[in-house]
Write a protein that binds this ligand. Structure first.
Ligand code: DSN
Length: 415
């Protein structure tokens, strides 16, 4: 980055600082990961300079011969990975992918039945504070109060009673498998579309570590940077019969010029996701999460659903007499990054909720396995049980340093 260093030393220095933070900390934010240097390189290319509104062979600008090749390759790879009939690779983010998907199926005022935000749903699934909640009429399903599991009977009852035009499956803080087949059947029985937002678990699905969504949903959306560890972006998958509607809804409906450097980076990520290395890492991601969950339970921490089937763990911090935010800030002080999160039926506000969410995708990409999860779990337990203890903090910082030195990332980056 010598040119950046000369042109804008301030930004250059901040990027270096952020690289150091990522290298020297443990990232347990369930939605974060370390993308490959190949993906990083692709995002910083001259593809950024090109306008390509439209689609391959039907652009509104000349000079798109190579861009067309790249976008077509990204589409073909996405279709193959997810066994989808159609893929649109232009959405800039998960939220814009969802918006475009809704506008391809719904009219303003239509009803959307989706998971309650505090139970692990996403803002873009219909929260009142989002545009989606203002344009459509959202209704929420929850998890079971008793065990924290999705209440499929409740979804069925609500679908019958409310007659939504769209049912959304998918979550951001749900530690168990989602039964896409059952939700797809409920949607069919009630003449609703089914959209599965698999953003968190897309990598696990590709690697066979979570049941597929594509056969049971009219539309599947996913971001590409979480378990998929690609660029910060998204795609929409669908059956052929919805292809035209979705494409029109993305462009010109909700977006202008596509970010072709990001589309190329998605293509690279899809190529990487077809390798055995990717599959093995997804398998290990789940093993690592299960290991952490077991150790936390053995040490009397309260986990939502009492464990995990995927890449994430949600701790109820209430019995520890701290809030989720206090827990996340205490861990941040020793270089462990997590996020505070609502728990189902949380009595606390989203800005300072009761839960702490942990995830293993980034640690696993670094090469860590069960032995390291044991060390990290013990550090987390010690900090959460003694957030003010300076000796524990010092010991924790040392362990974080040892682990990050043993499992370095981005050694090849010459910043
Ligand atoms: N905010 C993301 C997450 O952390 O789960 C989802 O968009």
């Amino acid at each position: 980055m010598k040119n950046l260093g000369q042109t804008d030393p301030k930004i250059y220095q901040k990027i270096r600082n952020e690289l150091d933070r990522q290298k020297n900390g443990l990232i347990l934010i369930a939605s974060e990961n370390f993308t490959s240097t190949a993906v990083l390189e692709t995002m910083g290319t001259v593809l950024n300079n090109k306008y390509a509104e439209g689609y391959a062979k039907a652009r509104y600008y000349t000079g798109n011969k190579f861009i067309d090749n790249i976008e077509t390759l990204a589409i073909e790879r996405a279709k193959k990975l997810f066994k989808a009939e159609h893929a649109n690779v232009q959405p800039h983010s998960g939220t814009t992918a969802n918006l475009a998907a809704y506008f391809s199926l719904l009219k303003p005022g239509d009803k959307i039945l989706s998971m309650d935000l505090a139970c692990g749903g996403h803002l873009s699934h219909g929260a009142k504070v989002s545009l989606v909640g203002q344009l459509f009429e959202p209704i929420s399903y929850t998890v079971n109060k008793k065990d924290g599991l999705i209440d499929y009977d409740q979804i069925n009852e609500l679908a019958k009673k409310e007659k939504p035009q769209l049912i959304i499956s998918g979550a951001t803080a749900y530690p168990r498998q989602i039964d896409f087949e059952t939700i797809g059947q409920i949607a069919k029985d009630n003449n609703a579309y089914h959209l599965a937002d698999i953003s968190h678990i897309a990598g696990l699905i590709i690697a066979g570590q979570h049941p597929e969504a594509t056969p049971f949903a009219d539309i599947v959306t996913t971001t590409t940077h979480k378990t998929m560890r690609g660029p910060r972006s998204a795609i929409i998958l669908s059956k052929n019969k919805l292809a035209k509607k979705i494409d029109t809804s993305v462009f010109p409906g909700t977006q202008g010029g596509p970010l072709e450097q990001m589309i190329a980076a998605k293509a690279v990520c899809f190529q990487e996701a077809m390798t055995d290395k990717f599959t093995n890492d997804q398998i290990q991601t789940v093993k690592n999460a299960k290991k952490i969950a077991q150790i936390l339970i053995d040490n009397d921490l309260k986990l939502i659903t009492n464990g995990t089937d995927n890449h994430l763990i949600l701790i109820d911090c209430t019995p520890l007499n701290i809030t989720g935010k206090q827990a996340a800030l205490a861990l941040e002080k020793v270089g462990i990054y997590t996020n505070f999160n609502t728990i189902p039926f949380d009595s606390r506000p989203a800005k300072d909720p009761s839960g702490l969410r942990l995830g293993t995708p980034a640690l696993t990409t670094q090469g860590m396995k069960e032995a390291e999860m044991e060390i990290i779990s013990q550090v987390i337990i010690d900090i959460l049980k003694n957030p003010q203890d300076n000796n524990i903090k010092l010991k924790a910082k040392k362990l974080v340093q040892e682990l990050t030195q043993k499992f370095p990332i981005y050694q090849e980056l010459k910043y």
